[in-house]
Design a protein around this ligand. Structure first.
Ligand code: ATP
Ligand code: MG
Length: 669
């Protein structure tokens, strides 16, 4: 285990009051947090259950947990909370849902659910959903600024904002009726709860005796308020951050938020760290020189003793295909030559759409990889649909599943019907499913709609019976037919081929269920148990996938790479309009894009390469690309430009379908 330097030690040992560690990339900020958790438990006698550490991504939280557990002895870490802001908020809502008026088992709406809902409301209120994305964005930014619908209505200054505020009002009411929250609610609701219920806040303050926040520069107004409420008078906290790595302005985070702390906590102690333990000095110089082009709130120095290191390569490729091919072949060659595990390599990009081609090339060369934020089998639309049907079959109280399937395929049950159903169920404290059958519902809803809901419920009841009495697999297969799911899939797929593929997944899922049933040797397993097993396996497999991923090349967006490090990093698509992104060029927010590039560069420990394409296909047209302005800003002496069309000669010789054999032959030479 590495020894902390004196400044880091100072940060770890300072416990009496509020502390900010402000320092550049790779200077050991996260290390300070993990070591401090151990210090608090082992030296200060604070029990783990009273310590809460917050990070930004699930991946970062998992890593932090793992790092902490190596520092603790058995049992010491029991009850420790290491989570994302959103998970912390979710826990608070779960425990306090009664005060907020939610029923247990409330649903969390994802991006797709939200879009459908907002669009539905706009159709109803304005007979059209033009600009749905802007409205969603506006609602999100109100929520991040803790502005509720009523206040938004008052504050709206122009027709665009007025429209959004009206939609926001309906949206929030509908969510409540659905017993659902969205992503932003996970922070907003706890904050409102604490503001309105001092006795609840007091309880949580008692639980959170010491708080630590990583990547502090990315907290927005509502997240900051949550922290402030929890730590208030005691002011026992440590936050660490780097203003140069603030990359979530679009979610309301600003580098200036760091200044706010000093105003709110005048006794704030600030510790700066200057030694970087991650990267070679050439990589670090690149990062420093680039970020010097941004104005700065704080001046920071960063140096490293990790050696001078190799030059940073900038590789020009003929087109996007050559770019992906080049990266794949380089990694393959390097892996074979040096025996470096594939997990030493990371490929970073600005947007998820850039990953597709890269994935194909890696697959083609049989290079294992792990895609963060990609779609696994169980996150596919059709698999989620079917799983929701299964879930509702075994657990009629699963409102989330109910909402997912009620209009898949369309049953002409609109959001206003569902809103009334939700209200009714909420008052009666019963599930949506159960509410369909209640006499009282008929007083609220037009008979036509009640009939549609009941028809659905009757069908599901019958199916449940079918499953219990006869061959459940046959029953599920015929369900897919009964609801004409294939037709629905065809209508919602881009091509016949895509639809065939999706239907393949549907049958595959039912076969998986069949296998689970058949594998049960005692023969006593009910379909309920089998489905529960499958749901559980769904969760297990997701976890497994995360772990297995350790073996492969890591692919992720620049945003997702925050806090991580890799021996060798490729940043692809270093072109104008990609990085910096076109929208940032138009909105003149280049500084944030520069910070994003800075985050990418500082992930690399020993090797760093940029690639860009001279031409690229965009919206079906071939366009000429300009290398990113950020490349011009880097120190020329530390760069090595490679203008070859696609790959160096020896790699070229090894190309083609038999690349592996070619490279092996090459290595023998
Ligand atoms: P980022 O800004 O990217 O989040 P960070 O400031 O959180 O970076 P860490 O991830 O904590 O930095 O540390 C970077 C690397 O330096 C890690 O590999 C860590 O183990 C190592 N490290 C941290 N402190 C020391 C130290 N005192 N001695 C040796 N290595 C260290
Ligand atoms: Mg960190």
């Amino acid at each position: 285990m590495s020894r902390l330097n004196p400044r880091q030690q100072e940060a770890v040992h300072f416990v009496g009051g509020p502390l900010l560690v402000l320092a550049g990339a790779g200077s050991g900020k996260t290390s300070v947090i993990t070591r401090k958790i151990a210090y608090l438990i082992q030296q200060c006698g604070i029990r783990a259950q009273y310590i809460v550490a917050v990070t930004f991504t699930n991946k970062a939280a998992r890593e932090m947990k793992a790092r902490v557990s190596t520092l603790l002895r058995g049992g010491e870490g029991k009850g420790l909370t290491v989570s994302t802001f959103h998970n912390l908020g979710l826990n608070i809502i779960r425990k306090e849902h009664r005060h907020l008026g939610y029923k247990p088992g409330f649903s969390i709406f994802d991006e797709g659910d939200i879009k459908a809902l907002v669009s539905d409301i706009m159709q109803k209120e304005y007979a059209g959903d033009d600009g749905v994305a802007e409205v969603m964005q506006q609602i999100g930014s109100w929520k991040n600024d803790l502005i509720l619908p009523e206040e938004a209505l008052e504050k709206a200054r122009n027709p665009r904002e007025q429209t959004a505020a009206v939609v926001y009002l309906h949206y929030q009411r509908t969510l409540k009726a659905y017993n659902a929250v969205d992503f932003d609610d996970l922070i907003l609701q706890p904050v409102k709860l604490f503001q309105n219920h001092p006795e609840v806040l007091e309880k949580w303050r008692h639980k959170v005796r010491y708080m630590l926040v990583d990547e502090y520069q990315d907290t927005n107004a509502s997240q900051y308020l949550l922290v402030k409420l929890l730590v208030q008078d005691r002011a026992q906290f440590t936050v660490v951050g780097d203003d140069d790595q603030s990359i979530y302005a679009w979610r309301g985070a600003r580098p200036e938020n760091l200044m706010q702390l000093k105003d709110d906590f005048p006794s704030l102690k600030v510790v700066m760290l200057e030694q970087n333990y991650r990267s070679t000095s050439r990589i670090l110089k690149c990062a420093n020189v680039l970020i010097a082009n941004n104005p700065h709130v704080f001046e920071k120095q960063l140096w490293s003793e990790m050696g001078h290191g190799d030059a940073i390569r900038v590789i020009r490729c003929r087109n996007e295909e050559a770019e992906a091919e080049r990266i794949a072949l380089e990694i393959l060659t390097e892996h074979l030559k040096t025996d470096r595990p594939y997990s030493d390599f990371a490929i970073l990009y600005r947007g998820n759409h850039q990953a597709k081609l890269m994935e194909l090339k890696l697959q083609h060369h049989q290079i294992p990889y792990r895609l963060s934020g990609g779609t696994s089998f169980f996150s596919r639309q059709e698999v989620k649909d079917l799983m929701s049907y299964f879930r509702l079959l075994v657990n009629p109280d699963d409102d989330n599943a109910f909402l997912r399937v009620i209009n898949v395929p369309r049953r002409e049950i609109g959001s206003s019907t569902l809103e009334k159903l939700g209200n009714y169920a909420g008052e009666r404290h019963i599930s949506l499913y159960a509410a369909c059958d209640e006499m009282g519902l008929a007083e609220r809803l037009d008979g036509r709609f009640v009939e549609r809901l009941q028809r659905f419920k009757r069908y599901m009841d019958k199916l449940r019976q079918e499953c219990a009495q006869n061959d459940p697999i046959a029953a599920l297969r015929s369900m897919v037919m009964d609801i004409d799911y294939e037709n629905w899939v065809r209508q919602n797929s881009s091509s016949d081929k895509a639809a065939d593929f999706r239907m393949g997944n549907v049958w595959f899922l039912i076969d998986a269920l069949k296998n689970t049933l058949e594998k049960d040797e005692e023969g006593g397993m009910t379909i309920e148990e089998a489905i529960a097993k499958l749901v559980l396996r769904d969760m297990l497999e997701r976890q497994q996938e995360e772990e297995e991923g350790a073996e492969g090349v890591q692919m992720m967006t620049l945003h997702a790479s925050k806090g991580l490090e890799f021996p060798s990093v490729y940043i692809m698509g270093m072109e104008e309009e990609i990085l910096p992104h076109r929208s940032s060029i138009e909105a003149d927010t280049i500084e944030e894009e520069r910070r994003l590039a800075y985050v990418g560069i500082t992930r690399a420990r020993q090797r760093l390469a940029f690639t860009y394409a001279a031409k690229r296909k965009q919206y079906g047209e071939i366009i000429e690309c300009m290398p990113s302005r950020f490349l011009d800003e880097l120190p020329p002496d530390d760069l090595e430009w490679e203008g070859q069309e696609e790959a160096p000669v020896e790699v070229k010789a090894a190309r083609g379908n038999d690349a592996l054999a070619g490279i092996k032959a090459l290595l023998k030479r």
